[in-house]
Design a protein. Structure first.
Lengths: 271, 386
């Protein structure tokens, strides 16, 4: 049982409230710095957050260390991009120190105190999501946390909370999958017949519905259905067998060549 | 040392000083203003020259150490003993400098020790980190006799010599593991790396090409050292090495061709792209020219020609590593990456420091065996000197 987010791009009106709410809860600079004056004093109640985000929506831009959830326009369709929170995350599998982890609750969590900054997660992420604080002297990796701290307190993520049209909804992944498939079934002419994230790279905790094929939303469609970590694990899992074998082989070769030399020496002496 | 050689040395010293000055500036920039100020790296292109050249090429070029150690100790081909120590020293310095380069590239270099205590055995990077740390230790131990001899420390010398064979075997296994794992690093980006270079066989390719370039590096270094230190060159040895390199290169070439063919990647040759140019360049310089050359005994026995072949193989190798780690990833990233001059300055400085340390090592430690010793027939030589 783990939580997920379903984004129905056919419902999104491009108000950008989710992008603003994300910045507020993650303490990131707002697109319009003067808007910060309207921000109620912290701690913010959910009602305050909804009111503020809906009246200060931000649309556009690219993901960055300051923008972990962006609303992008593809033709006439709005689609927001943020961490997909994969079921078997590539980033977590490649991280040498285990700074990234899939939590049972759903979010892929990042522990900055472990991170040494190799940026392999950024290289490896099939959705190219993680961002880096390039301007900082000791940078951290930045990406959506699915509001893990809010979830821990029993609240839903800020982005789904503030959405005025329920284009993004939060719930159990299994329930959301059923809901997504029900929507496609109920209105087959409205939807492209596939739930993005159901199968991709072994499934993700962020699911997308769309009226058009997903490549038109800028989502990568060349991904395998099997989890990416298998690509390297297949090789890595051979190592425990290979090491003793190689040791035996090399030791054996040494023994033979050494023996041969000793015999040659002994024969020289007797001659 | 003849007097006429002095200006040349001064010129190279001046170049080195310039490089080191630029490197110093870049170092200060990197460690006061961060990666963003010192590099052209971006969210779309998080790995650049420092990973592509300093780490990937650096580790590969240091492969002479384990290749020769295996030849001399495991296969007991004693003739190669005279060039073993310089190769071990090069490998040790190479790996030590890779570690230094990592300190530049890591966002939080003070956490570089984290893989020691924070484990993720599913990560190729974790495996590489451990192998490199262990192998650096092995190399230090393999080279330590030169230091012990210098300071007449008999007991440690005896201990380390008793442990030679297990050490060498450990070193060969560790090298095999991480040379191939550097290729495995890129198994995780099937949809990002250009089909010329993405292959499920990447680990195998990285390992085989490391063995080939290890031999090329031994030929290359023997030439340079003989020139710099006025030593006679061990041509008969290098000729044999050239022959072995031909076998390894041929095997590598066939395997790559078969792989490219079976994946249908060769159709991209019809596209006039940057990738095609780089791919053709890599294959031509690293395989198509040097391999046929090596088939001629006359070329293998000629010092200048063999040196030329080694340079070609090394160039092809460098192109391959840079293609896999940098240029082959440009198209899918959607941005253009070209290293900032400060990145280049750090890389050149690290190479320069490598040369400097090597010549210091040769000057103050017994790295090069006296040339005459190399000519003593095999049976009379003691095997113990590492």
């Amino acid at each position: 049982m783990s939580k997920a987010i379903l984004v129905d791009t056919t419902r999104c009106i491009g108000c950008g409230a989710c992008a603003t709410a994300c910045k507020v809860v993650n303490n990131l600079p707002l697109g319009d710095p003067s808007a910060a004056h309207d921000l109620p004093a912290k701690p913010l109640s959910d009602d305050d957050l909804v009111a503020f985000a809906q009246s200060h929506g931000e649309v556009g831009g690219e993901l960055s260390a300051d923008m972990l959830n962006v609303v992008q326009t593809h033709g006439s369709v709005f689609v927001r991009r943020f961490c997909m929170h994969c079921q078997q995350p590539t980033c977590a599998s490649v991280c040498p120190v285990g700074a990234l982890k899939k939590t049972a609750a759903g979010p892929v969590a990042y522990d900055a105190s472990k991170c040494m900054g190799c940026r392999y997660c950024m290289m490896a992420c099939p959705f190219s999501i993680p961002r880096y604080e390039w301007k900082a002297l000791f940078p951290k990796v930045k990406k959506c946390t699915m509001c893990a701290p809010r979830q821990a307190k029993g609240q839903q993520p800020a982005c789904t909370l503030v959405c005025p049209v329920q284009a993004g909804i939060y719930g159990e992944r299994d329930d959301l999958l059923k809901e997504a498939e029900k929507r496609i079934h109920d209105e087959p002419t409205k939807y492209f017949h596939r739930v993005y994230g159901k199968e991709e790279v072994g499934g993700t905790s962020v699911l997308y519905l769309s009226a058009v094929p997903f490549e038109q939303l800028g989502l990568p469609v060349n991904l395998p259905d099997e989890p990416m970590p298998l690509l390297t694990y297949r090789v890595l899992s051979e190592i425990p067998t290979l090491v003793p074998l190689a040791g035996l082989l090399l030791g054996g070769i040494w023994w033979i060549t050494n023996r041969r030399e000793e015999v040659a020496k002994a024969e020289n002496k007797t001659e | 040392m003849s007097f006429s050689k002095l200006p040349k040395i001064t010129f190279w010293r001046a170049v080195l000083m310039l490089i080191l000055a630029a490197g110093l500036y870049s170092t200060v920039l990197r460690f006061t203003k961060g990666l963003g100020a010192a590099t052209n790296l971006s969210d779309q292109f998080p790995w650049g020259l420092w990973i592509g050249f300093d780490v990937l090429c650096g580790v590969g070029l240091a492969a002479g150490g384990f290749t020769l150690a295996a030849i001399v100790y495991i296969f007991h081909i004693e003739r190669f003993h005279p060039i073993l120590r310089p190769s071990i020293l090069t490998a040790f310095l190479g790996y030590a400098l890779v570690a230094v380069a990592l300190l530049y590239d890591l966002g939080k270099p003070y956490n570089i020790w984290h893989p020691l205590v924070m484990w993720n055995p599913h990560s190729v990077m974790f495996e590489v980190a451990w192998c490199v740390m262990l192998y650096l230790t092995v190399l230090a131990l393999e080279f330590s006799p030169a230091v012990f001899e210098r300071f007449h420390m008999r007991t440690p010398l005896r201990i380390i010599k008793a442990a030679t064979i297990p050490l060498v075997i450990t070193g060969v296994i560790l090298s095999t593991l991480h040379q191939s794992s550097l290729g495995s690093l890129f198994l995780i980006v099937p949809e990002k790396l250009h089909p010329y270079w993405y292959s499920p066989l990447l680990p195998l390719f990285f390992f085989i090409s490391a063995v080939a370039v290890g031999m090329a590096m031994v030929i290359f270094e023997s030439n340079l050292s003989s020139r710099a230190f006025d030593r006679e060159i061990e041509m008969p040895l290098l000729e044999v090495l050239g022959r072995a390199m031909a076998v390894v290169l041929a095997f590598y070439g066939l395997l790559r061709l078969e792989d490219l063919w079976s994946r249908g990647a060769l159709v991209h040759l019809m596209e006039p792209s940057m990738e095609t140019v780089l791919f053709v360049l890599e294959i031509t310089l690293g395989l198509l020219i040097p391999l046929p050359m090596l088939l001629f005994r006359r070329i293998r026995e000629d010092r200048e020609s063999l040196f030329g072949v080694a340079v070609l193989v090394i160039t092809g190798f460098l192109l391959n590593r840079l293609n896999v780690s940098v240029t082959g990833l440009v198209a899918s990233s959607g941005v253009h990456y070209f290293p900032r001059w400060t990145e280049v300055a750090v890389t050149l400085s690290i190479v320069g420091v490598g040369f400097l340390l090597f010549s210091l090592g040769v000057r103050y430690l017994n790295v090069m065996e006296p040339v005459r010793a190399a000519r003593v027939p095999e049976g009379n030589r003691t095997r113990a000197t590492a």
